[in-house]
Design a protein around this ligand. Structure first.
Ligand code: HEC
Length: 108
């Protein structure tokens, strides 16, 4: 009997703690990612000057996008354009955007 109570308590604790680990909000991310699409939404987009390719971010794994954006934001990853983009993002923004991008079927 005690065993079942304990399992139940653990299950309840896990359920309750879920929101802390919840993925970002895909819908919120769709809106927040709007500005990103100016560059990342155009297939084969090349920046005019200096000339560089804009990487595909739609369909990437969310952890990868979260890591990349936090690196840009902290300045660990060098790229002026993306550092400027990431500078204004909160952790929640990053989670939301990453979730949206992971789920976005369009491989941009
Ligand atoms: C002005 C154009 C522009 C905008 C706007 C822009 N990006 Fe980028 N992004 C780039 C370029 C160029 C790179 C490649 C930088 C590099 O080589 O490190 C990049 C790189 C990235 C990467 C790393 C991809 C990889 O494969 O390593 C991620 C993630 C990313 N951007 C997400 C975003 C998000 C999210 C937004 C919106 C908040 C955004 N970008 C807005 C141009 C842009």
């Amino acid at each position: 009997m005690m065993k079942f109570v304990r399992v139940g308590a653990i299950a309840a604790a896990l359920t309750l703690s879920l929101p802390a680990f919840a993925e970002g909000n895909v819908e919120a991310g769709r809106i927040k990612a709007n500005t990103c699409m100016g560059c990342h939404g155009i297939p084969q987009y090349d920046n005019a000057y200096p000339r560089y390719r804009v990487p595909k971010i739609g369909g990437q794994h969310r952890d990868y996008i979260v890591a990349a954006l936090k690196e840009y934001r902290s300045g660990n990853r060098p790229h002026k354009t993306m550092q400027a983009q990431a500078a204004s993002l909160s952790d929640q923004d990053i989670e939301d955007i990453a979730s949206y991008l992971e789920h976005s079927a369009a491989h941009k």
